[in-house]
Design a protein around this ligand. Structure first.
Ligand SMILES: *Cc1c(COP(=O)(O)O)cnc(C)c1O
Length: 367
């Protein structure tokens, strides 16, 4: 007989997981809020999305299409890929979790990089896997360091390209070199959440590498440039074997009907995407120059956000800057959990928000 004080106990490792802390979204009363803490787009979703979800709203009694067919078709058309190789997820987070669940056994190892997206660590541990952390070089993924960690127990390598929160990227020849160094039974997961923003000739999100190999997948999201973070829409391009496995373990209706309709409308609005890219490209440059003029170090970013480093001096630290900015309604992201105790991550916002942050930090650094 179990003792009366017995209680359910989670699987080993579950309680060692650090729960994910989302970006803050509160400003003091009476101050206009500029949320620049979660890499959301300042443009919102395409106007076509409103129309699409209004239609769905009239039929909430109906189960959604469990195959997300319309959405997969739209993605396939826009990206010129086979819809059978696409799997949609309740955000790309769900897909990252399913990959860990489907391909890691307890004790298996999965590699991510030093300042990589924190969600990988969570899903690796949740599947009973062991996270292996590859050192970065100059705040960028280091292919040799990743390859040096590969053992017989390695099953997955998670690479955010570009990475969050650094904004740095691996040129495609480096991604190819990484893939070439991995055994065929190791799955390379290219998380390309910010791919649309990248304006570099030597960057590729990975569609080609996926189509040429059995052990590469690419995940994408509608949460960033498409402005659908609230609805949770992501997708993955993968080889038949990986898609078939995840199709068996996912929820049968993992995307809700509004998410499917919204994603389908959003990805077809290329003008909306182009406008967001143009704004981002312009402001990445202006913000980087403006922050550097204040003698703040900025990690070179190709995403829709910047990692800004503050001095150690009392009154000048990232924590001090965060408090100063928050008082004025500018909510940036603390990134101590990513190994940057003295930096803040700032999402590229509206012109008003960006100028506001530059003005506030000018005042802050002059104190
Ligand atoms: C924002 C982000 C995602 C997107 O997650 P969703 O679940 O699709 O909202 C994925 N990977 C990285 C690195 C991100 O920063």
């Amino acid at each position: 007989m179990a003792s009366p004080s017995a209680r359910p106990v989670p699987r080993p490792g579950v309680m060692e997981i650090e729960a994910y802390v989302p970006g803050k979204s509160r400003a003091p009363d009476g101050v206009k809020l500029h949320k620049l803490s979660s890499n959301e787009t300042p443009f919102g979703a395409s106007p076509r999305v409103q129309e699409a979800i209004r239609e769905v709203a009239g039929h909430l009694e109906l189960y959604p299409d469990g195959q997300s067919s319309a959405l997969r078709q739209a993605i396939a058309e826009v990206h010129g890929v086979n819809p059978a190789r696409i799997l949609c997820g309740n955000g790309s987070d769900e897909l990252l979790g399913l990959l860990a669940q489907g391909f890691l056994q307890p004790g298996d190892e999965a590699i991510h990089t030093e300042h990589g997206f924190l969600v990988y660590d969570i899903y690796i541990r949740a599947a009973g896997g062991v996270p292996m952390v590859a050192k970065e070089r100059d705040e960028r993924a280091d292919v040799d360091a990743i390859l040096a960690l590969v053992t017989e127990r390695t099953r997955i390598v998670f690479l955010a390209n570009p990475n969050n929160p650094t904004g740095t990227y691996l040129p495609f020849d480096e991604v190819r070199r990484l893939h070439a160094g991995l055994p065929g039974n190791v799955l390379l997961v290219l998380d390309a959440a910010y791919a649309e923003y990248v304006r570099r000739n030597d960057y590729a999100a990975g569609l080609e590498l996926v189509s040429e190999n059995e052990n590469v997948v690419m995940t994408r999201t509608f949460s960033k440039i498409h402005g659908l973070a609230a609805l949770r829409v992501g997708w993955m391009l993968g080889p038949e074997g990986v898609i078939a496995a995840l199709d068996r373990i996912r929820g049968p209706f993992n995307l809700n009907a509004m998410a499917i309709a919204a994603g389908t409308a959003a990805i077809r609005d290329r003008q909306h995407v182009e406008r967001s890219i143009a704004h981002n490209t312009e402001w990445l440059e202006r913000l980087t120059a403006g922050l550097e003029a204040l003698e703040l170090r900025v990690t070179p970013s190709v995403g829709n956000f910047l990692l800004v480093h503050f001095p150690e001096a009392a009154g000048r630290t990232a924590a001090d800057a965060d408090a100063f900015l928050t008082e004025r309604g500018f909510i940036l992201r603390r990134v101590a959990g990513y190994g940057f105790p003295n930096a803040l991550r700032m999402t590229v916002g509206t012109a008003e928000a960006n100028e506001g942050v530059l003005a506030a930090l000018t005042e802050f650094t002059a104190r």
